[in-house]
Design a protein around this ligand. Structure first.
Ligand SMILES: C=C1C[C@]23C[C@@]1(O)CC[C@H]2[C@@]12CCC[C@@](C)(C(=O)O1)[C@H]2[C@@H]3C(=O)O
Ligand SMILES: O=C(O)CCC(=O)C(=O)O
Ligand SMILES: [Fe+2]
Length: 385
């Protein structure tokens, strides 16, 4: 049975710029306004001696925070923003040469989650997973090297920052460097070796009726964490924060937004819940955002860190690899996390083979347990268990 997601890329309208009125297919109805009086999303200076505690608190109570003094050179962010602008500024027929294939991840098109919503989103996206070369050649046949260099540099810088943030986050959970070393008996440089990320460029054109249109519908990211760069001067990102409802996260000059993703919710055994967020659009200004979606290396199983599991805090989730989780998310969207059940006794009754059993109103999918080989034992997210 084809997943609903496969229908997403059917016909993507690319005529935002010529539309003077919001067509019915884009009309979501009045959006609930963010509450202006609420406290702002935490801003954390990574050079602050209390950065670890501040990060822990922000992850627990918000699932999102902005960072400054993160060490990513301004030039790297500017180059990436410039390349995003020229990409989305290309003629529609050129962008469509790099269209995301129906069953693929990389390429140009609407957000992958579009298929879960009856209305269209006022945005275009471009996803890069792994090498940008093939798409760069399609977009700029005579000048693709510049694009590749910029993407590769961005991937390298973001990967390093994401690894550093993961250490701070683990530290804030009371999981130390030593714990990691003991658990893995590793002599290797770090636990996030092999971890990788996808780059998602999002473009939100100015919109004739922003109060009724949706740039990117509410979702959580299927990541450990996401690092988001917003183009300056134009707000659009909103996060859902308890009773306050939708809270705007205005771009902070030189700052980056960090979202807690679903895999960190699993790793922290629910202590750091992933954050619901969305992007709204505005009448006069185009907006660009660039997300670095960071997750574990292939084959690494994420599960609750044993130090965080005890009788009072039983495991809430079972082990899952990033690609398994993305598959589940692509089918069940916001039900995905609730389907990653632990292999506890209660589930064993439903699950004679003691497999990782994912259920919605009866058995739907059984992921075969994978034997852990020596190599994957060396990888922290699995070996911490
Ligand atoms: C690694 C990934 C996360 C993502 C799906 C993807 O395979 C590549 C695109 C990512 C993205 C970016 C925009 C929002 C989002 C929900 C979507 O539709 O595509 C995320 C996906 C996700 O986090 O689940
Ligand atoms: O554009 C934004 O601010 C949000 C983008 C986002 O949520 C994503 O790419 O996952
Ligand atoms: Fe997101």
């Amino acid at each position: 049975m084809p997943s609903r997601l496969l229908d997403a890329s059917k016909s993507h309208p690319l005529d935002f710029y010529s539309l003077k009125e919001l067509p019915e297919s884009y009309r979501w109805g009045p959006l609930d306004d963010p509450n202006g009086s609420t406290e702002p999303v935490p801003i954390i200076n990574l050079d602050d001696p209390n950065a670890r505690e501040l990060i822990g608190h922000a992850c627990k109570s918000w699932g999102v925070f902005q960072i400054t003094n993160h060490g990513i050179p301004k030039r790297v962010l500017n180059d990436m923003e410039g390349t995003g602008k020229s990409l989305f500024g290309l003629p529609a027929r050129q962008k469509l040469k790099a269209a995301r294939p129906q069953d693929g991840v990389s390429g140009y098109g609407p957000a992958r989650i579009s298929a879960f919503f009856p209305k269209r989103m006022w945005s275009e996206g471009f996803t890069i997973l792994g090498s940008p070369l093939q798409h760069a050649r399609q977009l700029w046949p005579n000048d693709y090297r510049k694009f590749c260099d910029i993407i590769e540099e961005y991937q390298k810088e973001m990967n390093m920052l994401a690894g550093k943030l993961m250490w701070l986050i683990l530290d804030s959970l009371g999981v130390s460097n030593q714990d990691v070393k003991r658990a893995t008996s590793q002599k290797r440089p770090g636990p996030f070796e092999g971890s990788s990320g996808a780059i998602q460029l999002n473009s939100y054109p100015a919109c004739p009726d922003p109060g009724r249109a949706m740039g990117l519908a509410a979702h959580t990211d299927s990541t450990l964490l996401t690092i988001l760069h917003q183009s300056s001067g134009t707000s659009g990102l909103q996060v859902h924060h308890g009773r306050a409802g939708w809270v705007m996260v205005p771009p902070l000059p030189g700052g980056l937004v960090i979202n807690v993703g679903d895999l960190l919710q699993i790793l922290s055994n629910g202590q750091y819940p992933s954050v619901y967020h969305r992007a709204v659009v505005n009448r006069t200004q185009h907006r660009l955002s660039i997300a670095y979606l960071y997750g574990p290396g292939s084959g690494v199983r994420v599960r609750p860190i044993p130090k965080l599991v005890n009788n009072d805090h039983p495991p809430l989730y079972g082990p899952v690899t990033w690609s398994e989780y993305l598959e589940i998310k692509a089918k069940y969207f916001d039900k995905a996390l609730s389907l990653i059940r632990p292999n506890n006794d209660k589930n064993k009754n439903n699950n004679e083979n003691n497999n990782h059993n994912i259920k919605i109103n009866g058995p739907i999918m059984v992921a075969k347990p994978k034997s852990v080989n020596v190599d994957s034992e060396a990888k922290i997210l699995a070996a911490l268990a």
